[in-house]
Design a protein around this ligand. Sequence first.
Ligand code: NAP
Length: 438
Amino acid sequence: MTEMRTLKVALLGCGNVGAQVARILIEDADALAARTGARLQLSGIAVRNVNAPRDVDLPQELFTADADTLVKDADLVIELMGGIEPARTLILSALRNGACVVTGNKALLAQDGPTLYEEADKAGVQLSYEAAVAGAIPILRPIRDSLSGDRITRVLGIVNGTTNFILDQMDSTGAQFADALAEAQRLGYAEADPTADVEGHDAAAKAAILASLSFHTRFSLDDVYCEGITSVSASDIAAAKDAGFVIKLLAIAEKLAGADGNEGVSVRVHPTLLPREHPLAAVRGAFNAVFIEAENAGELMFYGQGAGGTPTASAVLGDLVSAARRLVLGGPGRTETTTGHVPALPIDAATTSYYIGLDVADQPGVLARIAQLFAEHGVSIEIMRQTIHRDAGSNVESAELRIVTHRASEAALAATVEAVKGLDVINSVTSVLRVEGV
Ligand code: NAP
């Protein structure tokens, strides 16, 4: 019997995810060898503090503060340090040395992905990053491999567990944003500084990755329009609920016709109303899900845990086995195409339905004036509902108007809202939110 080959695996980082990856590599060594056709030998773990206590009991001799030397001697490098530097330099060094790299670093990929992908292509090795989007959920490989014979038309993703937890809390308890955020922080779903999550930056990084793979074109963070959830109020949630919708922070990538009639891709992150019967509306708490529409496959949904050390380690190990198999079998490392060359569209070119809340004077003819204004701007109304409010102790009446439009462009909608604000019967525009799935 021929001796099984041994592949040296360097692990950079031993935090939430890295510690679980190290544990699985050691505990499941025999099973991983059987699946790979080579033994995956953990050759070292680079950290900042070699003496810090770890979540998992690991052999002390594996730890080193010298990541550069560890990387030079590895067949496979797993980067789980996070941040831009030194992760970027170490990954580039590993790729130049001919090692395959697995990373979960969405911030680095969104900022400087093209440099890394080009280096991997040049070296003919694999750079894999399944863990960078939606944690444990196998979503990038299905898009890149399983759907490579199809044409994806649209991707809608709940790809940030923190914001989904906050919006779900607001929806189920009526809480205000600040209280729901405090609860998320208390339970460990949100960091002390929640900016990257609540402002949508984390979801935007993932949207760029999803769009790149779905439309075979490299999109970066600069191509993503991004709005977070900090301005979503309890009354927005209540009004949406009343009208049969739930509000989710969605990462959206879809093919649309641009202003010149040519196709482009709109990549955006913003709070979005979804009908409560839409499959994504059922994604509760800190869970993630990605909903894909493809020409031949139709609708697909991928659901699961978007974060956490052990779930994310599952995605990392999947990439590692896949890269190791390729090293065993030989052949090129390149597995994704960038031949799409579709431009990213500005947010003005995006089309969607909208929910508009208006506080209006309760006078005859108001509804007709508003409907006419919408029509003049080419925005057609699908649903218009009115609720009358009477102030106690006075005869003053006002009406709350809730409008859901058919699909319209951002530019047409913005012009309509500006024009509506100018009507003397309008007290205020209480909310303008985008709607998907109607
Ligand atoms: P973490 O808990 O903060 O761990 C980071 C590890 O990297 C620590 O062990 C740290 O060493 C080490 N490290 C950081 N800077 C270093 C440096 N300059 N030199 C050497 N070692 C350094 O991070 P994590 O939560 O495991 O996340 C790791 C990566 O996975 C990130 O890119 C993250 O975005 C991604 N990811 C995480 C999750 C999740 O659920 N946590 C989900 C998906 C993707 P010390 O321990 O000595 O400080």
